[in-house]
Design a protein around this ligand. Structure first.
Ligand SMILES: NC(=O)c1ccc[n+]([C@@H]2O[C@H](COP(=O)([O-])OP(=O)(O)OC[C@H]3O[C@@H](n4cnc5c(N)ncnc54)[C@H](OP(=O)(O)O)[C@@H]3O)[C@@H](O)[C@H]2O)c1
Length: 368
């Protein structure tokens, strides 16, 4: 039996699923076994992801039935063959990049089926379905019943750099905007350096809206333009509040204004707040550097974070400026990578006892 970890991806032809496949192609320990497509089962994956054809020339999208069968069989076989030398946990890896409202029921069904077969599975959900700690909180924002309320307590939602001790078998990725906001704000909240009222402006690239074309993502509309949308009413703002509370112990108010940027990948975030005590920019940067001193993927310095320096990578760049009682923290991440697929692989690495950085250390290309 292969020593690599059997890996399953939900999210088919979507952009985040594509990014997961790109990362798995270069991962030393994960081995892709099946990729679910709701609309294209049996079709060649390379037809939708031509840049991945060399990695999987013969891979075809799976149906849910076929993926579930493979997961149960592979997981059962792993459980019957303990890890040689105690290297890593013998479990299958399941990533979901399915849409919210769909993901929870899919994951729940697959986990139930795997458990019935005696298989162990670790899951990371990149959708919003397991980001809240109660079904009621989810339903208030998303306006439909939660797909698997009994599973919610099996998931923790956090940025990997902000939670050392994971106590649940599965993880909910906080999402792309939230990753940038949380990286910028949680240290300051946890250290009680700021008042818990934050003003946040974030600019995202067009891949943040997924593969399906809409008026707002159409190239002639979006190219060479920049505009705000859903000001103070974005659906991810309550998720940020919940994650920030869990990570910092402080209940904070995030006044969030998202913007559409004229680029395909990347997020640039500016978080402003009132300092509890005046400090200068050097002290603000030093506080962030200290908080992230053991975080390989987070770089904090005086230079202005630029999306070109992080796009296509799992790295986050942060900086800060302080003047009197005002502080502004800026953060750049890639929405599809650190903000979705990369952050999910980072969590999976940790859950499976692998090097947390495995398969993720490639720097940004720099000139995208
Ligand atoms: N884009 C980002 O920057 C980003 C960042 C963080 C988190 N996320 C989250 O990640 C997830 C995927 O985002 P995305 O940008 O990749 O979206 P996307 O490009 O719209 O892709 C989503 C894919 O899900 C599949 N799907 C649709 N209905 C389905 C169903 N009923 N059952 C199973 N699969 C279904 C579709 O592929 P098939 O038709 O082939 O099944 C679709 O292409 C979403 O939950 C999103 O909120 C996205």
């Amino acid at each position: 039996m292969s020593e690599r970890i059997p890996t399953y991806v939900l999210g088919g032809t979507g952009y985040v699923a594509g990014e997961l496949l790109r990362l798995i192609a270069g991962h030393p320990d994960l081995e892709l076994k099946a990729l679910l497509s709701d609309s294209q089962p049996g079709e060649a994956v390379g037809a939708f992801f031509p840049h991945l054809r060399t990695s999987w020339p013969d891979l075809k999208f799976s149906s849910l039935e076929a993926l579930g069968n493979a997961l149960a069989a592979e997981g059962r076989s792993l459980a019957a063959n303990p890890a040689p030398g105690g290297r890593g946990e013998r479990a299958c890896a399941l990533f979901s990049a399915a849409p919210h409202g769909v993901s929870a029921a899919l994951i729940d069904g697959l986990l139930t089926r795997a458990a019935d077969a005696g298989a162990r599975v670790r899951a990371v959900d990149i959708s919003a379905d397991f980001r809240y700690s109660t079904a009621a909180a989810y339903e208030k924002v998303y306006k439909h019943p939660h797909g698997a309320p009994a599973r919610i307590s099996d998931f923790t939602c956090a940025v990997p750099e902000q939670l050392r001790d994971l106590r649940t078998p599965h993880v909910a990725h906080p999402g792309c905007f939230a990753t940038a906001v949380l990286l910028a704000s949680v240290p300051l909240l946890a250290l009680k350096m700021i008042e818990p009222r934050l003003f946040v402006a974030g600019i995202t690239g067009s891949t943040g809206s997924g593969r399906k074309p809409t008026e707002g993502t159409h190239h002639p509309q979006r190219h060479s333009d920049l505009y705000a949308y859903n000001a103070l009413a974005h659906r991810h703002a309550p998720e940020v509040t919940a994650c920030a509370l869990a990570a910092s112990g402080v209940e904070a108010d995030f006044a969030f204004v998202p913007h559409s940027g004229p680029f395909a990948r990347g997020i640039h975030m500016t978080v402003q707040a009132t300092l509890t005590k005046s400090i200068d920019s050097g002290a603000a940067i030093a506080a962030l550097q200290d908080y992230y001193k053991d975080s390989f993927f987070v770089r904090v310095d005086a230079g202005s974070p630029r999306i070109k320096n992080v796009v296509c990578s799992n790295f986050a760049h942060l900086s800060a400026a302080a003047n009197g009682r005002s502080i502004a923290v800026t953060c750049a991440v890639d929405n599809l990578n650190k903000g979705a697929a990369g952050g999910a692989v980072q969590w999976m690495n940790r859950m499976l006892g692998l090097e947390e950085t495995a398969g993720l250390t490639a720097p940004a290309p720099g000139w995208t």
